[in-house]
Design a protein around this ligand. Sequence first.
Ligand SMILES: [Zn+2]
Length: 498
Amino acid sequence: MTSITFHGGIKEIGGNKFLVEDKGTKIFMDFGVSFGLQNMYFSEYLKARGSNTLIDLIELGMIPKMGGLYRLDYAKHVGLEDSGEKQIDAILLTHAHVDHCGYIKYLRPDIPIYCSEESRLIMKNFDDTGKDEQYLNATEKFQLKEGKSGKTKGEMVKETGQKIERKIVTFESNKKFSIDSIEVEPLPVDHSITGVHGFILNTSSGSVANTADLRFHGRRPGETEKFVEKCSEASLDLLLCEGTRIDASSSKTEFDVEKEVTDMVNSTKKLVVCGYPIRDLDRLQSFYNAAKATGRDLVIEPKQAYLLQLFTDSLGSKNPYPSLTDEHIKIYMPKGKWGLIDKDISVYTRRLLEQDYDEWARPFLNLPNMIDYSEVSKHQNELMFSLSDFKLQELIDIKPDNGSRYIRSLTEPFNDEMAFKQEKIKNWFVTFGLIKSDKDWHTVHVSGHGDGEQIKSVIDGSAPKKLIPIHTETKNEIYHKKFHSNVTIVNQNDKFEM
Ligand SMILES: [Zn+2]
């Protein structure tokens, strides 16, 4: 008997956590953050308490209450009953978007995470450049030891926890592997982050596919087509089918984005400032291509530079994205902790300048294509300057000339909090002359998710016997029903028997 329990990712967009049980094998497909619940209860200043995280998240229904799943340091600290034995055999990760992977950091490090190499690199980027992210390793918290000397001799004192590496198992696209009784076929699909895989699971009660998040209008539509073909060959018993934009009727393509951006850059005399998601490397590619086509260089921020470096180092000649040494790439170093980038190095020393930055960013100081605000300011008509919403202060130093422009390539706000944030962001661009009014606020963006037609073709092409809608709002489940005759609607924590 095989069952799937839905601990998130149904009747909402994201938060996927599907527990698959087959002959004693237990795996979770994704272990993501529910943005819906997070918005409902939390804000920038109201969060789960650091010392009580697991209980806070369990009580609010954000993660399931389960033994043998969570890190023992966290679980024991809040008195969660746990036998100490691992109860879950693996996490099978579709991709490294937070609504699919965000709660991995609370899991036991001995539960293996099966993911693509690209997803591993993106999670490494989170770990190395973020604050207290713990995707690839877990640093033990709440540890004590006996004081050895001084005032605390013989007393219990806090101990710096050990860093425990998680078991990360990277799979190869299209190459089947088994987790105990479940055979997994990982199939790449096109989405707004690289390394995404849908899965076909062969279980003792039949075959199940999980679409992950997908579309046909990105740079890699062929991958999604191949996924559907494989699903069709598998004569699926069940399809878990996403429906984020199933109510939408059309989609621009990533190539449209590239063309629009290129046209906008061509008609801009001075600096082009651009905002796009830094981990969407296919979008980076669109901006990079636009820079190349218009004879400009693309200036990227350190976190994105670090990600590109990880891809080059790991994938070598198979890396499809620009390398840091590319002649159209420049790396921007913002002011560090002391702001020494523009200070006299003979006074402040090279060592102090390096200490101005986190370790991962220091090597960029030595690259010949590293630039700072004064270079950007001087060469405005030669550059496209990528600037994320969290780094807008750079505009104060750069001072864009008249005739500069901002191109926004990010998702539109879909709730009040996001709309409120966007108003603040606009204020910056108005103040620095990059937009004059709301009229000049152009968003050039395509979604990572297929529209109704696209999802219909996934359903028709895969021809599953049964379908369960995932990653979609309740109001949109009617579309799945329109597109398939045997749809089962499940609720949070429902167990579906195959
Ligand atoms: Zn996604």
